[in-house]
Design a protein around this ligand. Structure first.
Ligand code: SF4
Ligand code: SF4
Length: 62
């Protein structure tokens, strides 16, 4: 993934778990506090997590 393609940022994750199984590449992971973080080496920018998050905590940045 290059910078030109953009990336997903996590802003105010509420730990609701709705995005638990949506990532097809396993890029969406939880840290020790249950907060979502993204493995940018695995993320393909498919946008599934962005669409599923009810709290708009996952945001695509160009
Ligand atoms: S955009 Fe797609 S590949 Fe990237 S973290 Fe979200 S669900 Fe996974
Ligand atoms: S769906 Fe959104 S608020 Fe819920 S755990 Fe995932 S990133 Fe956090």
């Amino acid at each position: 993934m290059t910078e030109e393609e953009g990336y997903i940022v996590v802003l105010g994750c509420k730990k609701c778990g709705k995005c638990d199984n949506v990532c097809p590449t396993g890029a969406l992971q939880k840290d020790n506090n249950g907060m979502i973080k993204i493995d940018y080496d695995k993320c393909t920018l498919c946008m599934k997590c962005v669409e599923v998050c009810p709290n708009k905590a996952l945001v695509y940045m160009e």
